[in-house]
Design a binder for this molecule. Structure first.
Ligand code: PEP
Ligand code: MG
Length: 585
């Protein structure tokens, strides 16, 4: 039966594929396809893992002291029974043989299938056996870690098939879409080179960092779809409409055909836009507009260059630090990563933002949840860096050294106080002095501040006194101006880039930058939103930084714009009570 689930549209396009449900706790399992010739080997790996766990549990049973509680022996019996159960072993075999999933993926997929059956049981005792099953699978996975897969996971892009292919071939090699309750930004990053053609999560806001990474992958995604992970079943056919924020489950052939058609239209539009790649971004009245890329990893530089970006406007360096479980990258490792990004940009400038962890970007996936009541207002971004100056200077030294290899700008997130600015700049001086003392070469950098909190926007003149350039982080500026958690889908309807208060702050910062002859960029999601381009141009913005995938669509808007007409109109829009209504006029 066809039904739909509504969420928030975060990454454009249409994906059609079979659902892969992934429990939040198991997203770190590798997901890749094996060759048919490797099927037996994968089944054998699971068999060996399972046999090892059986032996382990049997040993525990034998060594059990005579006075051990009866519950303990009963529990071991249950675990052994689950291990031998055909539902588990047969199911895993099915996913490997029929779908060519690698062993770990097959095992966790079958875990989800059986767990769902347990959830639906009337009997409470039986329902609770789900936890036992999870433990058993966890043990098998642990054993399998020691037995490497005979095949390396291919770093392939998602397999995209046409509508015709889908109808003809319904077994292996079909596109897959990932459905999960929650994915952290680091989880999402892990799927960057994966087999998935689309994403759906129950939670998350439009500008949550998970959504941002999904967008940077340029594949359709819907977040905040509430109960999607409970309503969708493993292997269901699913359509993700990333433009409308809708997930259609078990679509009828007519709906499938309609979306297949729309999918092809999106492809054609992309091909058309690709012709603008080498066209300079100049407005009708001759203003040259800088279109820059936001990247999360050094490897993203290639996509930025391909999209025709004239530099990187925001390298979110925190993604180098995330998911490292305690082992933060040292100076040399960071230096190499920054150099890789610089080399990747082939002589174009790279703006590296210092680490911005905290809020919805935890350093460690496992530890973040509910640590603080208001993590977005807590020890985040520059506050975190200034709280650990040695760590901060390690990053600063790495960036300064990398600046000897190409044009680098250094950007600081979430500054709000003058004393924070002064401390930050003092740390830069100290980092330079440390490099001097070591005799280590380093390069010149332009220093910039992000305008992300209303306090910073309101004291823009002070900021301009200290910095060479500014970059407006509208994602956070909106969050903090309107007191809306950007990652919370429950208040997503109140998250409004067109709120008059937000627009006035943005307009004032751009105007002050222009007055003082200093560059102001917008690097929040607003910069990549085609419905905002004319307004931002009218407000005087000349530098936009966004996901590479958005650059050509924004360029198209720039090419059609005449700032002489847009400037008075933009003042009218931001002066009104309801800018959204005026925007369409
Ligand atoms: C912003 O806040 O707009 C921004 C670009 O930074 P981030 O999204 O990483 O918080
Ligand atoms: Mg921010």
């Amino acid at each position: 039966m066809t039904f739909s689930v509504h969420g928030l549209a975060v990454a454009r396009g249409i994906a059609i594929g079979r659902a892969v449900l992934v429990a939040s706790s198991r997203v770190d399992v590798a997901h890749y396809f094996v060759e048919p010739s490797q099927v037996e080997g994968e089944i054998e790996r699971v068999r060996q893992g399972r046999n090892a766990v059986v032996e382990e549990l049997q040993r525990l049973q034998t060594d059990m002291p005579a006075d051990a509680p009866h519950e303990l022996t009963a529990l071991l019996d249950v675990h052994l029974m689950l291990l031998q159960d055909e539902a588990l072993t047969g199911g895993v075999k099915h996913w490997i043989t029929e779908r060519l999933y690698n062993a770990e993926w097959a095992l966790t997929t079958q875990l989800e299938v059986i767990a769902r059956q347990f959830d639906e049981m009337e009997d409470e005792y039986l329902r609770e056996r789900k936890a036992d099953l999870e433990q058993v699978v966890e043990r098998i996975l642990r054993h399998m870690k020691g037995v490497a897969s005979p095949v390396a996971p291919p770093a392939s892009s998602p397999r995209r098939k046409t509508q015709q292919d889908l109808l003809l071939d319904d077994t292996v090699d079909v596109p897959l879409v990932l459905v999960a309750h929650d994915l952290s930004p680091a989880d999402m990053l892990q799927f960057k080179q994966s087999v998935f053609a689309g994403f759906v999560t129950d939670v998350g806001g439009k500008t949550s960092h998970t959504a941002i990474v999904a967008r940077s992958m340029d594949i359709p995604a819907v977040v905040g779809a509430r109960a999607a992970s409970q309503l969708v079943r493993q292997d269901d056919w699913v359509i993700i409409d990333g433009d409308a924020g809708v997930v259609i489950v078990d679509p009828s052939p007519i709906i499938l055909a309609e979306y297949g058609f729309r999918q092809r239209q999106v492809e054609l539009e992309r091909e058309r836009l690709a012709r603008l790649r080498h066209t300079p971004a100049v407005t009708l009245d001759g203003h040259k507009i800088e279109l820059l890329a936001n990247i999360e990893q050094p490897g993203d530089a290639a996509a930025a260059v391909r999209a025709g970006a004239v530099g990187v406007g925001l390298f979110r360096s925190e993604f180098l630090f995330m998911g490292k479980t305690g082992n933060l990258p040292g100076e040399d490792e960071q230096y190499r990563a920054y150099c890789e990004a610089i080399d990747g940009m082939q002589g174009l400038p790279v703006t590296i933002r210092t680490i911005d962890v905290g809020a919805d970007k935890p350093l460690d996936n496992k530890a973040h949840k509910d640590n603080y009541l208001n993590p977005a207002l807590g020890l985040r971004a520059i506050r975190w860096s200034l709280a650990d100056p040695a760590m901060f200077r390690t990053q600063l030294r790495a960036v300064l050294r990398a600046a000897a290899h190409g044009k680098v700008n250094l950007l600081f997130p979430m500054l709000a106080h003058t004393h924070e600015i002064q401390q930050t700049l003092a740390q830069v001086d100290l980092a330079r002095a440390e490099l001097d003392a070591r005799g280590e070469p380093y390069g010149p950098v332009q220093l910039g501040a992000m305008i992300e909190v209303p306090a910073a926007a309101l004291m823009v003149r002070t900021f301009l006194k200290y910095f060479d350039f500014l970059s407006i982080g509208t994602n956070d500026l909106i969050q903090y101006t309107l007191a809306i958690d950007r990652a919370d889908e429950a208040v997503a309807h109140l998250y409004d880039p067109l709120h008059p208060a937000v627009l006035r702050l943005v307009g004032d910062v751009i105007a002050e930058g222009e007055r003082q002859g200093k560059s102001v960029c917008v690097c929040g999601e607003t910069a990549g939103d085609v419905t905002m381009t004319r307004l931002l141009l009218g407000l005087g913005l000349r530098s936009f930084s966004m996901h590479p995938a958005q650059i050509l669509a924004i360029k198209q808007e720039v090419l059609r714009a005449d700032t002489r007409k847009l400037a008075p109109w933009a003042q009218q829009v931001i002066g009104g009570e309801e800018p959204a209504a005026l925007l369409v006029s």
